[in-house]
Each structure stands twice: as structure tokens, then as C-alpha cells.
Design a protein around this ligand. Structure first.
Ligand code: PEP
Ligand code: MG
Length: 763
């Protein structure tokens, strides 16, 4: 049975439509289990009825006509108990229920299993037979199927692929959907859908040699149209974006440089006598496949850019108009994948927010949304895209939530929050370079986490007092080979000059885990526990030494202190070895006649082993920083990238709070500074907690700086310490967060909290 089960699972999860998969499932289950009947019921969350979706065995049954009322029948019992039910005489069971007069007496043997997804019951899969008594083996078989199929069921319900009676009507009532918080803020408006201009797949056609000239003309004409469209989009954006962000458009246009991909298209037309549209499809698809195969998220995103460009070219060749560039006021732009050009084509004035079903925090469009201060939710995979056109939406970019068809009360609530948020924003704008000091005079350093040159001006505008984490892997990831020492020096110098005399913390290359370089693939079963960060660079002193030399050279003749930070350290030997290489690089640079300064060297605490060796670590370095993003995942054995266990990954977990406290205490006793540069530092709750523990530096994304500065300037250290003392006695993350929020409210600082309670998932 094992083989058959695996085959069936493979077939139903192979990307066929939900209806096909469901019908295949019930038919093949009756064959494999050799039983008369198999039925798939889905629970309508609204009406709580179980609706029959697919059936094999009842000849005269229209599934659409069959639904079981709540808490009814043995199938209802499976829902209630959330466990399998195996009965040999269903007719004598007190809960038995006969659907629309169907005679089930003929099939007394019943096996029903629940379909559960992330603790939620979605439906029941059941088998029935006249003679066969179902075995434990059958039960295991049906349970395995239900478990494998549950994610598909969940997706089909959310996207209305399953037509439950209430599902369409439901969209006209308030509904909430989740995604990632791509860009902060709240936007209220009307959904305007953007479609990709056309599919990138066209049929393959050969042409006569005599047609080549015409086909080349066709392609060149389309290329001119698209380049012109993009150039106009770029110009439109010039008034609202800085030169650094405009560079994103240049990267986009660069892909259509005459010498690059277009030349390959022309060669395909001429050498292989291929129709121009087929040639575009072939060449672009080939490059997209290469990029998307990369596990490097930056490069994979470039694949999406290329798809957008290819689609535009084909649309121009097919003489189709793109979507209307006029949008009504208060537009929320919604698309399967929002692209840079979609954003540049519409007027910023009328654009209130952005929703993308696919995409990531790294995509150009997400970066642009942040630069444009547009609230954005990305990766809202369950949003029923095609059904929400013209519906009112609220986009909550603070928590990654979308409200479809909000009630008047919800709209009013969010409007009020937006008003408060806007006036608060004006207040935040005034903070700028004011010092970050508590009411009782304790100075805290609020620094920025950075990686892209385009973030420099935004960080300084928002009052960054230094760089607390330069993610040097970012410039490494955007190339197709290791950057040379001189290329690195230039990038680092740009940041250091812009921030001088503020301190700059350069983290040595932190690749591995989920951060692969396309030209340096690392393949292993368990990448987060594998060859990562300092482990890679100590095995490759050439990379380490070149990088550190570039840092020294970039810092030469500047006032600002160079701080070198080591990622993913798990033992003391790594620190000793890294320090000796830093020393070697320093001597080499000095011998070249460069006026290098001794750096401060620190360790990024991300691996729990160092917490137990903190006394020794602190003696070996000039500063400590805590990387709470990784420390949380290693401390709680909960991946930072798996949404299925997101509720277990909690930076405010008591184990984290106690660890943070121990580290701060040790650093202070040794009179060494300690900072935080995980996401925790950028939340006001985390900031208050950490400064109360004595952290000297909070380093965060530029977006969060003004809010955190505002809170620190309005709270006393005494109050923060009192909060810490209470929190250390608590047993649950949710309790800790709720308590800190309550304290901030009590101190009249509620304005700084994200402007409403987080959805339950975040607690
Ligand atoms: C961290 O792990 O907290 C950290 C700052 O590093 P990164 O998020 O880049 O892994
Ligand atoms: Mg980390």
C-alpha cells in the first residue's frame, strides 16, 4: 500500500486544479481501499455546514446538493473530536444521520478522518463499505492522505477555488487576510487589480528566411516602446524618489541594454529562423529559469523583473495596451506580483497602498514601496485575487494584515488610527538629530542596520547615530562573482564617509543559512546549523582577509571608529583565529603606507553556547552585540523562516529575556558596551526592555528609528528598570508583551505602539 499512497499523494499535490485533485482522490481511494464509497466534505466556516465536494460510489449524487448541518451525524462527530472514527455498524450509532434520504444502511462500515491544517479543522475524508471492516492500516492510510492534502484544501478555501455556498457572499462582508508587513503604515482605499501584460509563453514557430527582416523590425519596434515606457516611469518617479532609489530603475533598464538579452533574441531570430515572439519567449524564459533556480533570494527576485520585462515586450509585439495608467483616488494596487514598473506607471498622488500575493521583503517593488512611504502587505497568499477587484480594502503595513470589505465601524476605527498616526508622524519628523536620552539623562545610541547604498540618505534623515550592523553579504549577493577588494573598499567607503564621524559596525561576511551567494553555492541538509558566517570565512582566510583589508582602507583618514563584528561565532577559538587574521590584515594595510586605525572588535551573539561562555568572550573583545533574530531561532529551536511555527518563534520568550539580561550584566561588569541588532531592537516594547537591562546600543532598520527615539526621550531609565524587574518574573511571551504595552500606555506613550492591537498570531 505504501507505494500506492506515495503515488497518489504525488498526483494530487502535483499542481492540478483543486477539483481535479479532489475527484482523483476519492476515485483512487475506493480502488486502493477496495471499498464502495469515498467522500470529501469541506467545512464552511461561516455556516458550519459540512459540504460534500467530491464523491465516488453514490451514482445519483450531485455533491452541490449535499450538506450536513453543524454537529450532526458521525461525520459531524469527526469534526468535533478532531480524530479518526472507525465504526463497524454506523446504523446503530446514536449520532447517525441520513443525508437527503440516502440509504446508508447498505454501507455500515465507516472510516472518517479529519482534515486539519495548522490546528484548524477544514473537513472530513471518509470511506464506507458494505462488508469490509476498515483496519488500522486503512486508518493510517486515510490519515496520511488527509494530512498531505490539507494545505491544498486550505489554499482552495481561501482563494474560493472551492465554491462553498457562503464563500462569494463572504467577500462582501468583512474578512481578514494575512501576509508580511512589507512597508509600514495603514492605507484605506479601493482594490485596483493589475495583471501582468500577457503570458510569457507563446507557441514556437519557425519562419522563412525572407521574413527575418520583418521579424527583426517587429522586435526592435517593441523594444523601443518598452524602453520608452520605462524611461517615462523613471521620470515620473524622479520627483518622488531620491537618486539612490532611481538607481533601481537604471538596473531595470540595464536588462534591456542592446548588447545584452535583446541581442540574444535577435541572434535566435536570425540564426534559427524563429518567429520574433517565440524568440522573446525562449530567451527570456531561459534567463528566468537560471535566476529562479538560484536559492539566493536577491537573484530569484531579478527573475521576476525579467519576466515583467519579457511580458511587456510581448504585449507591445501583440499591440496590446497595458493596464490603464489612470487610477482613481485612494487606489490600493493589488497584483499577483507587484512589479517596479506597475508602481512607476501610476500617479503617486492617487496611490494609497500596495498588496502583492507573491513577493518578498527583498523585491525591488517592496524596497520601492518603503522608499515611497506606501503601506504594503506582501505574500498574502490566501487573498482571493480575482474576486476583490473594486472592493474596499484596508492595508495594515504594520502587521501585514488586509481587511476586505471592512464594516463602517472597522473603517472608522482605522481612519481614526490613521489620523493619530499622521499627526504622530509629524511629531516624529521633528526629532531628527536630537539626542537619544532618557528623561533622567541616560544616553542611548540608536543606530541603523544597513546593506544597500540606497538606504544611506534615508537612515541619516531618520536620525541614525551610527551604523550598528552593515550586512556586507548584501553587496556580495548582487554580483555574479566575489567583489574585488577595491570594489568592496568603494562601497564601504561610501557608507563610512556619509556617516563620518559616526561609528560604523562592519559585520564580516555572513553567508550560509538562508543567505547563499549564487556563485558560491552551499548545499547541505541543515543549512542553519551548518557552514555559516564565521565558519565559512575562517575556512577561507582569503575572503576574510580581503574583506577586512577593504574595511581598513575604507576607514583610512576618517574620524569615525571602525567596528568589526564577527557573526555566528560558537566557540572561543573562532574569536582567537579571527582576531589574528584581523591583526594580519591591519599590518598588511599599514605596510602599503595606508593610514589605518586599530578597529574595535566585537562578537555578534547568535549561538546560545556563547551565553554560557560570556565571561570569557567579553574579555576577548571590545564590544558585544546580540543578534536576536538568530539567537531566538537557536534558543527555541524554531526556524525564523517557517510560518507554520511562527507562533513558537518569539523574541520575548522568557528564555530570551533571561539570556539578554545575563549578557548585559556580564558586559557591564567588564565595562564593555553591548548592543542589540536583531528586529527586537526596532520594536518599542523591545527597546524599552533592552535599555532597562542596560543595553547601550539599539540598532534597527531606518524606518523604526524615529519611533524608538521618541519613546526613549519620553521615558525614565528608572521606569525601564522597573519594567525589566517585573518581566523577569513572568512565564510567557504574550504576558511579557502585554505588560510592557500596558506600562507604555500608563506612561502616556501609547502613540508609539503600532496603532492597534496586533492580530493574535503575533502574541
Ligand atoms: C540577527 O541574527 O539577529 C542578525 C542581526 O543577523 P541577521 O538577521 O542578518 O542574520
Ligand atoms: Mg544573524
Amino acid at each position: 500500500m505504501q507505494d500506492t499512497l506515495q503515488d497518489l499523494i504525488k498526483d494530487i499535490t502535483a499542481g492540478v486544479s483543486f477539483n481535479r485533485a479532489a475527484n482523483m482522490l476519492v476515485t483512487r481511494v475506493t480502488n486502493i481501499l477496495n471499498c464502495n464509497i469515498c467522500s470529501l466534505f469541506i467545512l464552511d466556516a461561516k455556516t458550519e455546514h459540512l459540504q460534500l465536494i467530491a464523491n465516488e460510489g453514490y451514482l445519483d449524487l450531485d455533491p452541490k446538493q449535499i450538506s450536513v448541518p453543524p454537529h450532526t451525524g458521525v461525520v459531524g462527530l469527526v469534526v468535533e473530536r478532531k480524530e479518526p472514527l472507525n465504526l463497524t455498524d454506523v446504523n446503530t450509532h446514536p449520532a447517525v444521520y441520513h443525508i437527503n434520504g440516502h440509504d446508508e444502511h447498505a454501507y455500515p462500515n465507516f472510516l472518517g478522518v479529519p482534515i486539519l491544517h495548522q490546528q484548524r479543522i477544514l473537513g472530513v475524508l471518509l470511506a464506507q463499505d458494505e462488508h469490509k471492516v476498515f483496519s488500522e492500516d486503512d486508518e493510517g492510510f486515510l490519515t496520511s492522505l488527509a494530512t498531505s492534502f490539507s494545505a491544498q484544501v486550505s489554499h482552495a478555501i481561501a482563494t474560493n477555488e472551492i465554491e462553498l455556498d457562503a464563500s462569494i457572499a463572504m467577500l462582501h462582508e468583512e474578512q481578514h487576510f494575512r501576509g508580511f508587513a512589507g512597508s509600514p503604515g495603514i492605507a484605506t482605499g479601493i482594490a485596483v487589480l493589475r495583471h501582468p501584460p500577457t503570458h510569457l509563453d507563446v507557441s514556437f514557430r519557425l519562419i522563412e528566411k525572407s521574413d527575418i527582416e520583418d521579424e527583426l523590425r517587429e522586435f526592435n519596434g517593441a523594444l523601443r516602446v518598452v524602453v520608452e515606457e520605462l524611461t517615462k516611469g523613471r521620470e515620473r518617479m524622479m520627483s518622488v524618489l531620491g537618486p539612490e532609489e532611481i538607481a533601481l530603475f537604471d538596473a531595470y533598464l540595464h536588462m534591456l541594454d542592446d548588447e545584452a538579452i535583446p541581442q540574444e533574441v535577435r541572434t535566435t531570430i536570425v540564426d534559427d529562423c524563429v518567429w520574433s515572439q517565440s524568440a522573446v519567449s525562449l530567451v527570456f524564459n531561459r534567463h528566468i529559469r537560471e535566476l529562479e533556480r538560484s536559492e539566493n533570494s536577491y537573484l530569484a527576485e531579478r527573475g521576476q523583473d525579467l519576466r515583467d520585462l519579457g511580458q511587456r515586450l510581448l504585449a507591445a509585439m501583440q499591440h496590446r495596451d497595458g493596464d490603464d495608467t489612470d487610477i482613481p483616488p485612494n487606489t490600493i494596487l493589488v497584483a499577483q506580483e507587484i512589479t517596479t514598473t506597475m508602481l512607476s506607471e501610476v500617479s503617486r498622488e492617487n496611490l494609497s497602498g500596495v498588496v502583492s500575493i507573491e513577493g518578498s521583503m527583498n523585491s525591488h517593488a517592496t524596497i520601492l514601496a518603503r522608499a515611497l512611504d506606501l503601506p504594503a502587505v506582501i505574500g498574502a497568499t490566501d487573498l482571493p485575487l480575482l474576486d476583490i477587484e473594486d472592493l474596499p480594502l484596508i492595508v495594515d503595513g504594520f502587521y501585514g494584515e488586509i481587511v476586505v470589505s471592512p464594516t463602517a465601524a472597522t473603517t472608522e476605527h482605522f481612519d481614526a488610527l490613521t489620523d493619530v498616526e499622521e499627526s504622530f508622524q509629524l511629531e516624529l519628523d521633528e526629532i531628527g538629530d536630537l539626542p537619544t536620552e532618557t528623561l533622567d539623562g541616560v544616553r542611548i545610541n540608536v543606530w541603523v542596520n544597513i546593506g544597500l547604498v540606497s538606504e544611506i540618505s534615508r537612515s541619516l534623515d531618520r536620525g541614525a547615530e551610527g551604523i550598528g550592523l552593515f550586512r556586507t553579504e548584501v553587496p556580495f549577493a548582487s554580483r555574479n562573482r566575489f567583489p574585488t577588494e577595491e570594489e568592496q573598499r568603494r562601497i564601504y567607503r561610501e557608507h563610512m564617509e556619509a556617516f563620518d564621524p559616526r561609528p560604523v559596525t562592519m559585520r564580516t561576511l555572513d553567508i550560509g543559512g538562508d543567505k547563499d551567494l549564487p556563485y558560491f553555492p552551499i548545499k547541505e541538509d541543515n543549512p542553519f546549523l551548518g557552514w555559516r558566517g564565521i565558519r565559512v570565512t575562517l575556512d577561507h582566510p582569503d575572503i576574510f582577509l580581503g574583506q577586512v583589508r577593504a574595511m581598513f582602507k575604507a576607514n583610512a583618514d576618517l574620524e569615525g571608529i571602525l567596528r568589526i563584528m564577527l557573526p555566528m561565532v560558537s566557540n572561543l577559538e573562532e574569536i582567537t583565529t579571527a582576531k589574528s587574521y584581523i591583526d594580519q590584515a591591519y599590518r598588511e594595510v599599514c605596510s602599503e603606507g595606508i593610514n589605518a586605525k586599530q578597529p574595535q572588535i566585537g562578537v555578534l551573539i547568535e549561538v546560545p553556547s556563547l551565553i554560557f561562555q560570556r565571561q570569557q568572550v567579553v574579555k576577548m573583545v571590545d564590544f558585544l552585540a546580540v543578534g536576536t533574530n538568530d539567537l531566538t531561532q537557536y534558543m527555541l529551536a524554531a526556524s525564523r523562516t517557517n510560518p507554520q511555527i511562527a507562533r513558537l518563534y518569539h523574541e520575548f520568550d522568557p528564555a530570551m529575556v533571561h539570556s539578554l539580561r545575563m549578557l548585559a550584566k556580564t558586559a557591564h561588569e567588564a565595562k564593555k558596551p553591548i548592543g542589540i541588532c536583531g528586529e527586537l531592537a526596532g520594536t518599542v516594547e523591545g527597546a524599552v526592555l533592552c535599555i532597562g537591562m542596560g543595553y547601550d546600543v539599539l540598532s534597527m532598520n531606518a524606518t523604526h528609528i524615529p519611533r524608538v527615539k521618541w519613546v526613549i526621550r519620553k521615558i525614565t531609565m528608572t521606569n525601564c528598570r522597573r519594567i525589566v524587574a517585573r518581566v523577569l518574573r513572568m512565564n510567557q511571551a504574550a504576558e511579557i508583551v502585554a505588560f510592557i504595552r500596558e506600562q507604555l500606555q500608563g506612561a502616556g506613550l501609547e502613540k508609539a505602539l503600532p496603532p492597534h492591537e496586533p492580530p493574535q498570531l503575533f502574541l
